[in-house]
Unconditional design. Structure first.
Length: 318
């Protein structure tokens, strides 16, 4: 497999990214084995109004570059922009990239090594990443330790139904998996969450326990590695609670649609657990809710997150 030239397409979703895009593009084209394995850098731009595209054109040879622009009147947003970008990929494997990170020089080589050791019909590979500030100063050497996430939770479907722990910018997956995942439901919260769910159901997930990207945190992050201090949380408690509750409702909606589309391929135990979770959320009678809750045994990445799930299930849709 590794003798195949142009094995991988890299999809980058951009929008007004001129401040950091040069560093990310340079880190990609300077990857060890870039010329061997990368077919195209596919840039899907969401109506940038700055010099993002001009900077990219000045850095990437035209033979390696595909620019896809948004001709609609409104922006797509990051999820739909990535989905659009992936639809233009033709290589056997796809890597996703944010516009503001920096990749380590060995990232591609290490992913290729993992690929060669795990030739599976539907495959997704991901790694840890370091968390850095806007100037690339280290905040934490490990995203997973920083966020109190366990990367091994990707092997537990029940956990994945409630929480995504894999940033898309660490993912490499094959076209067979993408074909299983598309079309993504309108309720899909993030493209990377949907992809990791499909990988858990249909294929094999491989975790590389090395930080192979610098995950830049700045004021314009769409998602990022968010960790607020106690004082900040206290002052914004009402807002945080409201947002978390709204996000949980979206999670339930996403899970419901995932079951509709992929439910027959989900193992029976995990499928019934998801059905109980959804039914519990929408159930109006407290006695029935309690019945569902006794079957769920929910555990998220932190005790507080777990407690909030139980609270949102008890209060239900309001």
């Amino acid at each position: 497999m590794t003798s195949d030239k142009g094995l991988i397409d890299i999809v980058i979703a951009t929008c007004n990214g001129e401040k950091y895009i040069k560093e990310q593009i340079c880190s990609i084209i300077e990857l060890e084995l870039f010329d061997v394995y990368i077919r195209k850098i596919i840039v899907c731009d969401d109506k940038s109004e700055d010099n993002t595209l001009a900077i990219i054109r000045s850095l990437v040879h035209h033979d390696k570059l595909m620019l896809v622009t948004n001709g609609e009147t409104t922006r797509l947003g990051p999820t739909k922009n990535f989905i659009k970008g992936m639809s233009f990929a033709e290589a056997e494997f796809i890597m996703l990239s944010d516009q503001d990170d920096v990749w380590c020089n060995q990232k591609l080589k290490i992913y290729i090594d993992a690929l060669n050791n795990n030739k599976n019909e539907n495959l997704l590979i991901f790694s840890d990443l370091s968390v850095v500030n806007s100037e690339l100063k280290i905040i934490s050497p490990s995203f997973y330790r920083y966020q109190h996430f366990n990367p091994q939770s990707v092997y537990n479907l029940k956990s994945l139904f409630l929480e995504n722990v894999v940033p898309g910018c660490t993912m490499m997956f094959n076209r067979r998996l993408l074909n299983k995942a598309v079309p993504l439901a309108n309720s899909c919260r993030m493209h990377d969450w949907w992809l990791i769910l499909c990988a858990a159901v249909y294929g094999k997930i491989v975790y590389i326990d090395e930080s192979l990207s610098q995950y830049r945190q700045h004021s314009n992050n769409q998602v990022g590695a968010q960790r607020k201090g106690i004082i900040d949380k206290l002052f914004n408690l009402s807002k945080i609670f409201k947002t978390t509750k709204q996000n949980f409702k979206k999670t339930i909606s996403q899970l419901n649609d995932f079951l509709i589309i992929h439910g027959k391929h989900i193992p029976e135990t995990e499928r019934l657990w998801a059905v109980h979770l959804i039914n519990c959320y929408y159930e109006k009678k407290i006695i029935k809710k309690i019945g569902y809750l006794t079957k769920l045994k929910i555990k998220k990445s932190t005790p507080m997150k777990t407690l909030l799930v139980y609270l949102f299930l008890i209060t239900g849709e309001r």
